[in-house]
Every structure is written in structure tokens, then in C-alpha cells.
Design a protein around this ligand. Structure first.
Ligand SMILES: Nc1ncnc2c1ncn2[C@@H]1O[C@H](COP(=O)(O)OP(=O)(O)OP(=O)(O)O)[C@@H](O)[C@H]1O
Ligand SMILES: Nc1nc2c(ncn2[C@@H]2O[C@H](COP(=O)(O)O)[C@@H](O)[C@H]2O)c(=O)[nH]1
Length: 219
């Protein structure tokens, strides 16, 4: 797997682990945003618009055991790896979080995210619910955003309309979607994706807001 991260420029709140890697401190972890939400809600679409709006943000590239879809590029959309490699990365502590979702494994490579945060950049993870919960436990300062569909019918329409999964996989993803939507209250903020550009703009505004004040406001 290639390393997609940039190299280290130590920040004031950065500690150092035993292997010389930077460890993000509390204030840099506030620059970490998790974008979650049910499969098909439009996370990739919104995140890609966010990338256009602010090219300085670091967008994590996950590892996955899922087969590439037509048009997906290794190292850009995902690092496509086999199960043995995935298990090795988990065992070596190389993943910030990881989960099995609808029959495939996914995880966030730790190093590139930690380096981006240490460099003072905002970082975004586009991940499912179990991973979001792991990030919350490991980095409580991170902001957790759930992207919501305008309605259940619209979600089903988007997922089936995308045409990337067989019927059984769509069913499995919709079963996960019910669980994910039931957990919406665990997130700091919920953003409805009725329109990609509007949702991306709202996400960017949230990322540029002092999040502690939002959290207090919502508690
Ligand atoms: N606001 C929107 N209005 C209409 N269609 C949308 C909107 N946002 C995304 N879509 C469409 O919905 C489908 C699913 O979007 P996308 O692949 O971005 O979802 P996702 O949440 O990243 O899915 P997954 O978690 O399965 O990877 C795509 O065909 C996309 O073009
Ligand atoms: N916990 C994690 N979830 C991830 C990661 N990368 C992607 N995902 C989520 O998995 C599902 C399915 O993705 P798909 O590309 O197969 O449609 C979706 O919710 C993604 O956001 C990750 O590193 N960790």
C-alpha cells in the first residue's frame, strides 16, 4: 500500500510516540471530522464537493477488502487490499479504526491522518457507524457528523439507482442503514443531504466553527 500522507511538520500540541511518529494532541484532534451516514445517502458525493471547496483539507483514503467498482482507482478511492493484509494492519495497530460492513472490511490508515493533523490541517474521514464510534472513543475531540437522507424512500432510490450492488448487497446495506439512522442521536450534528452543494457548504461551515460551542449548545 502506498503512503498517501504528507510528511511531518511538528505542531505545538504534538507529542511523539516511541517510533518517532507524531501523536496529535487535544487541540489538533478537534480538526478531525468524521462524516458518516447510511450507504447511498451521498457521503462520497458531498465529500468530493467539499474537496473542491477546500483543497487544503486532508481526506483519508481507507483500506478495504471490497473489490473495486468500475472506475475506482487504487490509492485514490481506496487502497484495495486482501484480507490477510487487512488482518496484518489491524494486528500491527496501523488502523485508526476498522469495521466489517455488509460483508467487507474497511479501515482508516492511522499514519497519514495523524501527520495531517500534526501539520495543522483539517482531516476528514468518510466512514460507517462502527468506525465513527471507535473514533469517538479514541478521540473525543473529533467532530462527528451524520449525513441524513431527506426520506427513507429517497435513500432506497439513491442506493438502487447507483447500480453498483447486486440485490442481496443492497438489502444488506439497507439493513445497516436502519441501524445507522437509529444511531443519529450519537452524532454531534446531523446534516440532511437534499442537495450536494448545500450539504457540502454546511459541512465546511461546521468545520470552520468552534465546535466546542456547538456541542455545548446541543447538550
Ligand atoms: N443530494 C443528492 N440528490 C440526489 N442524488 C444524490 C445526492 N447525493 C448523492 N446522490 C446520488 O446518490 C447515489 C449515492 O451517492 P454516494 O455514492 O455519494 O453515496 P455514499 O453515501 O457515499 O454511499 P456508500 O456509503 O455506499 O459508499 C449516487 O448515485 C449519487 O449520485
Ligand atoms: N469504518 C469504516 N468505514 C468505512 C471506511 N471506508 C469506507 N467506509 C464505509 O463503508 C461503507 C461502504 O463503503 P462502500 O465504498 O463499499 O460503499 C460506507 O458507509 C463507507 O463510508 C473506513 O475506513 N472505515
Amino acid at each position: 500500500m502506498s503512503d498517501t500522507g504528507n510528511h511531518v511538520a511538528a505542531a505545538g500540541d504534538t507529542g511523539r510516540a516511541t517510533h518517532g511518529e507524531p501523536v496529535p494532541g487535544r487541540s489538533s484532534r478537534r480538526r478531525l471530522t468524521v462524516v458518516s451516514g447510511p450507504s447511498g445517502v451521498g457521503k462520497s458525493s458531498v465529500v468530493s464537493e467539499l474537496r473542491r471547496l477546500d483543497p487544503d483539507i486532508y481526506f483519508s483514503v481507507s483500506v478495504t477488502t471490497r473489490a473495486p467498482r468500475p472506475g475506482e482507482v487504487d490509492g485514490a478511492h481506496y487502497h484495495f487490499i486482501d484480507r490477510a493484509m487487512f488482518d496484518r494492519m489491524v494486528a500491527a495497530g496501523e488502523l485508526l479504526e476498522h469495521a466489517e460492513f455488509a460483508g467487507n472490511c474497511y479501515g482508516t490508515p492511522r499514519g497519514p491522518v495523524e501527520r495531517a493533523l500534526a501539520e495543522g490541517r483539517q482531516a476528514v474521514l468518510e466512514i460507517e457507524l462502527q468506525g465513527a464510534r471507535q473514533v469517538r472513543a479514541a478521540m473525543p475531540e473529533a467532530r462527528l457528523v451524520m449525513l441524513m437522507p431527506p426520506s427513507w424512500e429517497e435513500l432506497v432510490g439513491r442506493l438502487t439507482g447507483r447500480g453498483t450492488e447486486e440485490e442481496a448487497a443492497v438489502k444488506a446495506r439497507l439493513a445497516e442503514a436502519e441501524r445507522e439512522l437509529a444511531a443519529a442521536g450519537e452524532f454531534d450534528v446531523r446534516v440532511v443531504n437534499a442537495d450536494v452543494r448545500t450539504a457540502a457548504g454546511q459541512l465546511l461551515d461546521l468545520m470552520n466553527t468552534d465546535f466546542e460551542s456547538i456541542r455545548e449548545h446541543h447538550e
